[in-house]
Structures are given as structure tokens and as C-alpha cells.
Design a protein. Structure first.
Length: 117
């Protein structure tokens, strides 16, 4: 197995994480959001959205990463602006921060700077 194949397998094996979002649930209970670990490309997309529009990167993280239990995207590109303009910022931030994990905006900035240097 090549090194890149091992890297891909390791990423896939990292599995999915989840978070119950009470505020976005319904009568049957909270919405459960699932996601896989961020790739460098996804970190860059979120970082760039943050650089252009500040906290808009949080909404971008949700559109990129949020899935249902079956692995289907919860949000579409059309949901990006409503997430920015109509959703509760605290809830968006809570979900996005869970997705970002250790890859905070500062960490992404450091990673991108290291790549560019």
C-alpha cells in the first residue's frame, strides 16, 4: 500500500463525529449532525470565507460538513446565506466549533501560512 493510500485510509478510518443540536430539533428530538474530519482543502475554504466575511466561515463549515445519519448533506449552497442571516449565531457557532475541533481559525491560518511559505 502506498503512503497516500495509507493516508486516505487513515482519514476514512477516523470516522464520523456527531452533535445533538437541540435548537434545530423537532417533536421527535434534537437534530443530530454528523461530520467527518476536515481535510486541508476544507480548512482552506472555511479560512477563506472567514477572511472575506468574518464569521461567515462558520456558516461555510456547516454547508461543507453537516450530514445526516445516512451521510447526506444537511445543507445546500442555497442555505449558506440563510444560515448567515437568519439562524441563531450562537447555535451556528456551537456546531461549527464542534466541526472545527482543534482546527480553529487560528490553527487554519497557521497551516495556510506554513503552506504558502
Amino acid at each position: 500500500m502506498s503512503v497516500i493510500d495509507r493516508i486516505k485510509a487513515k482519514h476514512k478510518a477516523a470516522g464520523r463525529k456527531s452533535l445533538e443540536v437541540q435548537e434545530w430539533g423537532d417533536d421527535s428530538g434534537p437534530l443530530v449532525v454528523y461530520w467527518t474530519p476536515l481535510t486541508i482543502e476544507e480548512q482552506g475554504i472555511i479560512y477563506n470565507a472567514t477572511q472575506k466575511s468574518g464569521l461567515a466561515g462558520l456558516a461555510r463549515a456547516l454547508v461543507l460538513k453537516c450530514e445526516n445519519e445516512a451521510g447526506e448533506k444537511i445543507f445546500t449552497e442555497e442555505d449558506y446565506y440563510p444560515l448567515r442571516k437568519a439562524a441563531d449565531g450562537k447555535t451556528v457557532a456551537e456546531v461549527a466549533n464542534a466541526i472545527l475541533g482543534v482546527a480553529s481559525v487560528k490553527d487554519m491560518e497557521k497551516n495556510l501560512k506554513a503552506i504558502r511559505d
